[in-house]
Design a binder for this molecule. Structure first.
Ligand SMILES: Cc1cc2nc3c(=O)[nH]c(=O)nc-3n(C[C@H](O)[C@H](O)[C@H](O)COP(=O)(O)OP(=O)(O)OC[C@H]3O[C@@H](n4cnc5c(N)ncnc54)[C@H](O)[C@@H]3O)c2cc1C
Length: 529
């Protein structure tokens, strides 16, 4: 079997390694246009979970990565002079060039042929190959040549970013937020090896233009950014490496397969760097393609299996990345928030990490948020425990833990207790079960008497859309959304998904799941008009 792989990035190399290890007699060649030491960028990030996957698939390369990486558990949100630290987030950073060298060495050891400085122009070069893996990255020339077939769509996001490095050591993943006369600018930073850290700088287009970055080359922008982040850099320089300002493209392809050719990695789909998953996705694509070949035993069926079986996971990651990037695109909107609320917003922005996850990871961080939240609630006439005129928003600890562990629980029915998701009409004695029309404020009797300002609106639903109110009516208030789904999704018939409260938009609220933690999550994630 002859296999040709276009692109010697993490996706192409990891597939070559796994396939050669499993099928030593296969003739596998990787074609890479650059030299072995050329690389753009600085470091990449893997979670503990991703490292476990690598360990399971190839112990030797995992061990080599493990020996080189920098590890951290803390994430710092540095905002308006306060540092909010959240612990228990296991991640490692690794230099991209070190990762590629590890994969080169392992490929050579197993017998993969690596051809550098070979730019592939056309798939016709591989007419005698049985399988062609297209892993030529985000701007894939080969995908674009056959775009009629793959039908890629590219959503160019509005924020500007540039990928830089520094010699500044860091003891945690740091988000440095800065307000400047030009606008808000942010650095996403982490150490990837001793004395080396990645600094991805992100800002909106107006701020970028106000700084004049649109007219500056690499050499001119570095001193400007060094001045902006002077306190954070602590005297260390920023380092550039083909660090042009870009807009992130979210890429989706209708199909990943064309005959015996298959897309892998960024060529196939991209996920925004703010969830640090591009390299992980590319290497997991390689694993999925390898698994499909192992299962099906022949190319055509294997590629069809890869295209269907892998899609859900990729789309889930892309969804999380899109929700995360949208948070950064709206930084301005959150700028008035207290540091506690802001930090919670940053940590939970992709809606993959919840209040409960964060509490399990670092109770101290959540305690700080809780304290702040209790003060806000008290200031609005509630007691510190979230009760107002007989409304009990508490949830039993065992129920909360069960939900974190993904189990469904059926608590006793009634006000102040949760009902399992999707069980329409199960919430007795709720008066509003199953209603599919706008709820008037007075109908939301469970919330107690609603005050004109601030408004705390509690909707009640019984499986379908139950509370639907134009946000304009409550734009001056605090609008609490209760929900089980992801922010940004419309509520489905099973009650999954909540809408974001935005002026002028309809807002959906799911409740009957009245509990303190969800109330807090929702309030902290929502706009505080
Ligand atoms: C600012 C920024 C920060 C990021 N941070 C992270 C992070 O922290 N963690 C993370 O996991 N990911 C991160 N990523 C994403 C990550 O870099 C990519 O998602 C990942 O490298 C994708 O791997 P790949 O193998 O698909 O493609 P690539 O790594 O892009 O490799 C493609 C290779 O193909 C070669 N090539 C292209 N065309 C041809 C051709 N015609 N012929 C021969 N060779 C060709 C290229 O030279 C390249 O070596 C970040 C990306 C950006 C932009």
């Amino acid at each position: 079997m002859k296999v040709s792989i276009v692109g010697g990035g993490p996706g192409g190399l990891y597939f070559a390694l796994l396939a050669q290890k499993a099928w030593p007699r296969w003739d596998i060649t990787v074609y890479e246009r650059n030299r072995p030491d050329d690389t753009f960028g600085f470091g990449v990030v893997f979670s503990d979970q991703t490292l476990d996957t690598f360990k399971a698939y190839d112990g030797p390369s995992y061990e080599m990565i493990r020996r080189r990486f920098a590890y951290w558990g803390d994430v710092d949100v540095v905002y308006k002079g306060r540092t909010m630290r959240s612990g228990g987030n296991g991640f490692c950073g690794c230099s991209r060039v070190a990762l590629l060298h590890i994969l080169h060495d392992r490929c050579r050891e197993l017998g993969v042929k690596l051809k550098f400085q070979h730019e592939v122009e056309d798939l016709n070069e591989f007419s005698d190959s049985d399988l062609v893996v297209i892993a030529d990255g985000i701007n894939s020339k080969l995908r674009e040549k056959d775009k009629q077939h793959f039908q890629p769509s590219v959503d160019l996001r509005p924020n500007k970013f540039t990928w830089l490095g520094s010699t500044r050591p860091l003891d945690a993943f740091k988000y440095f937020f800065r307000e400047t006369p030009e606008g808000i600018i942010l650095a996403h930073c982490y150490q990837y090896e001793e004395g080396r850290s990645t600094w991805v700088i992100e800002t909106d287009e107006a701020t970028w233009k106000n700084f004049g970055f649109d007219k500056m080359g690499e050499g001119e922008m570095l001193p400007v950014l060094e001045r902006v982040f002077a306190a954070e850099l602590e005297g260390h320089p920023l380092v550039a490496n083909r660090s042009i300002w870009r807009n992130f493209p979210t890429i989706v392809n209708q199909t990943w397969v064309m005959g015996k050719a298959v897309l892998v990695g960024d060529a196939k789909a991209t996920a925004h760097f703010s969830i640090g998953s591009g390299t992980k996705l590319a290497m997991e694509d390689a694993i999925a393609l390898y698994e499909a070949l192992k299962k099906e035993g022949e190319v055509k069926r294997a590629l069809a299996t890869y295209d269907t079986a892998r899609r859900e996971e990729v789309e889930k990651t892309q969804h999380a990345a899109n929700v995360s990037l949208a948070w950064f695109e709206h930084m301005q909107r959150y700028w008035g928030m207290a540091p506690e609320q802001f930090a919670f917003g940053v940590m939970s922005r992709s809606k993959q990490i919840t209040w409960e996850n964060l509490e399990l990871r670092d109770p101290r961080f959540i305690h700080e948020i809780h304290k702040w939240f209790a003060q806000q609630v008290k200031a609005q006439g509630f007691d510190g425990e979230g009760r107002k005129r007989g409304l009990d928003l508490s949830v039993r600890d065992d129920e909360r833990r069960a939900r974190v562990a993904g189990k469904r629980v059926r608590p006793a029915q009634g006000l102040g207790q949760s009902k399992p998701r999707g069980e329409a009409g199960a919430c007795e004695p709720c008066r509003h079960v199953g209603k599919e029309r706008p709820l008037a404020a007075e109908e939301m009797g469970h919330a107690g008497d609603l005050e004109p300002k601030p408004v705390i609106a509690v909707g009640v639903q019984g499986g379908a859309i139950a509370a639907r109110r134009p946000a304009g009516e409550v734009e001056k208030g605090v609008f609490i959304l209760f929900g089980r789904g992801r922010q940004g999704e419309k509520m489905g018939a099973d009650g999954a998904g909540i809408g974001e409260a935005e002026a002028g938009e309809e807002t959906f609220a799911e409740t009957c799941r009245i509990d303190r933690s969800e109330q807090e999550s929702a309030l902290l994630g929502a706009d505080n008009g």
